[in-house]
Design a protein around this ligand. Structure first.
Ligand code: BGC
Length: 733
């Protein structure tokens, strides 16, 4: 529809219809006995005269047949026939579930990440979704927070690249609106949600503006530069104001400074929560503050619906409502919904999921996301070895991670056993569960029976331990799968203790005593504290939550058919007391080395090392690569850094090169090291390649506490990190 026609439509809307457009409800609230109804909605306190078919959006209905029906009903009953927007929490896959974002980011294969996002968009499109609530771009440096699993990790550069790849993959080229097989990205949670004090969910965030501008805001800004069409607000207080009610954040920074003109969605009930935050005296004031901050959709509360009718009697608020509704209509138009309200549906391919192409992509991304943390040579496994595969993940399909439960199905998952059987003879594999993945299935409520059926009954732990040791004794090598279960991370899963549960430690110790090589395969949604058990493993492969095709990708790595390349996207601490611990820390005036002060008065702990167990960027491979700096040149807008990478091995291989900028004297203290570039290089046996990195000079700049950018001339030092080795280069600008 052209802009004039859209304006005409907008002008016909009554105030009630405008307000209804700003309401977004979960599908479970509007569907009863298969039709849309106002019944359950009333539990939310929505006004009885609200016309359900006029609301702007419904989310988390993932069944395309239901969506067809919802849209049909909407068009039948909506006075002006305004189509409904369908959104959903698709975070790292619709039905083909890819590895969690924390894993994907460590692949440094941003093309592959983009392809996976494109595949996700295609599955969503063909199943009738218009907008998905991802990528989540909250920078994270505290593994106590359960949502680190859906973030690209601790590093600014990595998160920015991830943001751009995922947004581009979802949305494609926007020149002619959103094309077929694409959906709109709703990036979240604006802003700073990833830094809650003490890692406690929904807790306060307080940080200097320089940190906000240099670090935490960067990934969101990168996504907006990549033209993300929607943004979701955050639950947290940021520097004294709830993010959802902050005019400064949502208008001055997001809209004016970053140039965002898309739709801003509140997080679930976040406008109403301005009251318990103590930022609004009642719900009416909360509604006013939400509107003033520029929040267009009120997700899952009645505050806009109840209070905007009164509030918009003030002309300046009526004008703000008009702006919000206009943005919502523009989005519906960008999606082509006025011409084709059944976008993506009713095509030949409707409902297509889990295609061979999608599965192949997922396998590749698993292979590229698993991080080899330690290897004494026991990996890859040898073809004719007898292997005891111990631990619940040998056969469990519950490896998708928390958010996949919205649209994914564990039944689709390929377990590790299936993958291993593609490489090893059945008689060489001995399986034992080792311990129960869940202590009880009670937490699953109505889903209990289904999960129990899928994962098997709970068995006595002592018996499982005895069986595990017996299996280990009968084998030449042990592969132990262990870690967290999927309910331990995700939203609402903060933890104060990050060590393994005792039953897992007991199992690891018992297996070590058999004297057989012990290979750990770690499933987790967050960095854990593994200091006690790490020395007991001969090799350790971190597989995060690998998704639908995890079993195939992991088996390919264990067997040596594929070689690990991924790097850690988030530091593993030695103990909880070190948190937050991350790579881009600022130097202190009393560093451990090169200080004139005596030992006691240095920046350190009395009872713990300053070093993490596994630092950001850690990641081994089966190959052997070296790198050296060649020439460098400074042009007017760019710095050119040339380097050579060599594959020392007799087999082809791929490696991730990371380039860091080291700290230098400046008017603000800068991180000791800051990742500024990465490169994924594929080399034939013994091959060496010359590479050129062209960096805009602006990457050397930084923001001060007022948000102004600074850049100075001088000597900059760069560090190339390849295969755990580091090489320095100094460049004068
Ligand atoms: C989460 C969001 C999510 C929303 C809708 C909230 O609780 O914070 O990330 O998109 O719910 O389900």
């Amino acid at each position: 529809m052209d802009s004039e026609k859209l304006k005409e439509l907008f002008q016909q809307l009554t105030p009630e219809e405008k307000i209804a457009q700003t309401i977004q409800l979960n599908g479970s609230l509007v569907i009863e006995n298969e039709v849309m109804t106002t019944g359950p909605m009333h539990d939310l306190g929505l006004p009885p005269n609200l016309k359900i078919h006029e609301i702007g959006s419904i989310y988390n209905v993932n069944d395309y047949q239901k969506l067809i029906q919802l849209q049909r009903e909407t068009l039948e009953h909506s006075r002006l026939k305004i189509p409904m927007l369908f959104m959903s929490d698709v975070i790292y896959g619709f039905r083909t579930i890819f590895p969690i974002p924390l894993a994907q980011a460590g692949s440094y294969d941003f093309d592959l990440i983009e392809q996976a996002a494109e595949m996700t968009a295609k599955e969503c499109y063909q199943n009738g979704l218009h907008v998905i609530f991802s990528p989540m771009l909250d920078l994270v440096r505290d593994p106590r927070w359960g949502r680190v699993m859906e973030s690209p990790g601790e590093d600014v550069y990595t998160a920015k690249r991830f943001a751009q790849s995922v947004v581009t993959g979802y949305q494609g080229d926007l020149t002619h609106g959103l094309a077929e097989n694409h959906v709109a990205a709703c990036i979240k949670h604006f802003a700073g949600y990833g830094a809650p004090e003490a890692g406690r969910e929904y807790n306060t965030v307080d940080m200097s503006n320089q940190r906000l501008f240099n670090e935490y805001l960067q990934p969101y800004q990168a996504a907006i530069e990549a033209q993300a069409l929607l943004v979701m607000t955050a639950f947290n207080v940021l520097n004294g104001e709830p993010a959802t009610g902050s005019r400064w954040l949502n208008r001055e920074i997001l809209r004016e400074r970053f140039g965002f003109d898309g739709v801003l969605v509140s997080d679930h009930a976040a406008i109403k929560e301005l009251v318990p935050h103590g930022f609004a005296k009642d719900e009416r004031e909360a509604a006013q503050k939400g509107l003033e901050a520029g929040v267009d959709f009120d997700m899952m509360t009645s505050v806009y619906a109840t209070h905007l009718p009164e509030l918009i009697k003030q002309p300046e608020l009526a004008a703000l409502l008009d702006e919000a509704v206009w943005r919502i209509l523009v989005l519906k138009n960008q999606l082509g919904l006025f011409e084709n309200p059944y976008r993506g549906l009713r095509t030949q391919h409707t409902g297509e999921v889990l295609s061979d192409e999608a599965k192949e992509l997922a396998v590749k991304l698993v292979e590229k996301s698993c991080v080899l943390l330690k290897n004494d040579g026991s990996l890859p496994l040898k073809k004719d070895q007898t292997v005891a595969v111990i631990g619940p993940y040998g056969e469990s399909r519950l490896t998708l991670g928390f958010w996949a439960s919205v649209s994914g199905k564990p039944q689709d998952t390929i377990p590790l056993k299936t993958g291993l059987l593609q490489h090893f003879a059945a008689e060489n594999l001995i399986f034992a569960r080792g311990y129960n993945l869940f202590d009880s299935y009670e937490q699953f409520g109505p889903l209990k029976a289904g999960i129990e059926q899928l994962n098997g009954p709970i068995e006595p732990e002592d018996q499982l331990l005895v069986e595990a040791v017996k299996a280990a004794e009968a084998a030449e090598v042990i592969v132990l799968t262990f870690g967290e279960q999927f309910m331990e991370s995700g939203e609402g899963a903060s933890k104060a203790h990050l060590q393994l549960p005792l039953k897992q430690i007991r199992l690891i110790q018992a297996l070590k005593k058999t004297g057989k090589p012990l290979i750990g395969v770690l499933y987790t949604g967050r960095p854990l504290v593994l200091t006690q058990v790490e020395p007991l493993f001969d090799s350790l492969l971190l597989v995060w939550y690998p998704g639908t095709m995890g079993g195939i990708g992991i088996a390919n790595l264990l067997s040596g058919q594929a070689s690990p390349t991924a790097k850690l996207s988030m530091t593993f601490p030695r103990s909880e007391g070190q948190i937050p611990i991350y790579s881009a820390q600022l130097p202190t005036g009393r560093p451990l080395t090169d200080s004139e002060h005596s030992d006691r008065f240095l920046s350190k702990y009395r009872d713990e090392s300053n070093e993490p167990l596994f630092a950001f960027g850690t990641g081994l491979s089966y190959g052997m690569f070296t790198g050296e700096w060649l020439e460098s040149a400074v042009l007017s807008e760019t710095i050119q850094l040339d380097y050579r990478i060599k594959n020392q091995a007799e087999v082809a291989g791929e490696t991730v090169v990371q380039i860091y900028l080291l700290q230098r004297p400046a008017s603000m203290v800068r991180p000791s090291r800051q990742l500024i570039a990465s490169d994924l290089v594929l080399l034939a046996p013994q091959e060496d390649k010359e590479k050129r990195l062209s960096l805009p000079i602006s990457v050397l700049g930084f923001y001060d506490n007022q948000g102004a950018k600074h850049l100075s001339n001088g000597t900059y030092r760069f560090l190339m990190r390849i295969d755990q080795k580091e090489t320095l280069l100094a460049v004068t600008i």
